[in-house]
Design a protein around this ligand. Structure first.
Ligand code: GLP
Length: 263
């Protein structure tokens, strides 16, 4: 795991977008793993800008999102399909038929999980998985006690997640209590992962995720076992990290990061 702490939220966001863009330029057919949530909105705005102003080309790319609410169809404003169209897909030249999310309206949840896993496999696996973190430490919707080997499935959401996400619904009581999510094992199969964390309210959970013991109570801790996991955070989210000085030192010295110092 590597940790990169940027001075501001804007710089953490731009850094993340730039890494995705560089990978996409190197491999135009890449399979992107995408995430939702407030944190990602600015990343998608930056990718859309890069498409508009720099010609960043998504035409051959494919994508798989982490999760979707159960019971919401893609035209529901609060579905993650709607979110992805609204924040990214409508603004870049990705082929929408190559963008994938679990189907929140699927009748058989077990079959839907298997279908999604098979689709990821058929695409050759996710090249780069973008992740945010929930206040309870979830990645995707892998709530506390999710098996660290779990695969895509239906998951009941915790009261904390409900509290965090319900305000995003026009009527908070409309937020579904369950969602489909890639499992922790599914996420761990991605060739690389980027966890983007911003804001002071995430400082405590980020410290636990990066420097705490691996536990299914905090699914993000599983990333400590990933061979290519990068954590990008702003100063506020990184404020409690004990190894801060060391992480900054690596970022300053490692040649691979030289070209990113000015972001
Ligand atoms: C939801 C998503 C997660 C995301 C989290 C953080 O719960 N399922 O994938 O990481 O929100 O959201 P925010 O960025 O709004 O804090």
């Amino acid at each position: 795991m590597e940790v990169i702490i940027r001075p501001t939220t804007e710089s953490a966001v731009k850094f993340t977008a730039r890494l995705i863009a560089d990978q996409l330029r190197a491999n135009p057919k890449m399979v992107l793993g995408l995430a939702t949530g407030r944190t990602m909105e600015a990343v998608y705005a930056e990718l859309a800008r890069m498409h508009r102003e720099e010609g960043l080309d998504f035409s051959q790319a494919q994508s798989f999102n982490l999760d979707e609410y159960i019971g919401l169809s893609g035209d529901n404003k609060n579905s993650y399909r709607y979110y992805m169209n609204y924040h990214l897909f409508n603004h870049v030249n990705i082929d929408k038929s190559k963008t994938n999310l679990p189907n929140g309206m699927a009748e058989d949840p077990i079959a839907e999980g298997e279908r999604y896993e098979a689709a990821i496999k058929a695409a050759g696996g996710v090249d780069m998985q973008l992740l945010g973190i929930g206040r309870d430490g979830h990645i995707g919707f892998n709530e506390p006690l999710s098996s660290l080997n779990s695969r895509t499935r239906a998951k009941a959401l915790t009261p904390e997640t409900y509290e965090q996400n319900a305000p995003l619904f026009d009527k908070p009581e409309d937020m579904p209590m369950r969602a489909f999510t890639m499992g922790v094992g599914t996420i761990m199969d991605a060739k690389s992962v980027i966890l983007l964390v911003t804001g002071a309210e995430k400082a405590q959970i980020l410290k636990k995720a990066v420097e705490g013991p691996v536990t299914s109570m905090i699914s993000a801790t599983a990333l400590q076992y990933h061979n290519k996991a990068l954590v990008i955070c702003d100063e506020e989210a990184g404020a409690l990290l004990e190894g801060k000085k060391y992480y900054n030192w690596i970022f300053e010295k490692e040649p691979q990061w030289q070209k990113y110092h000015n972001i």
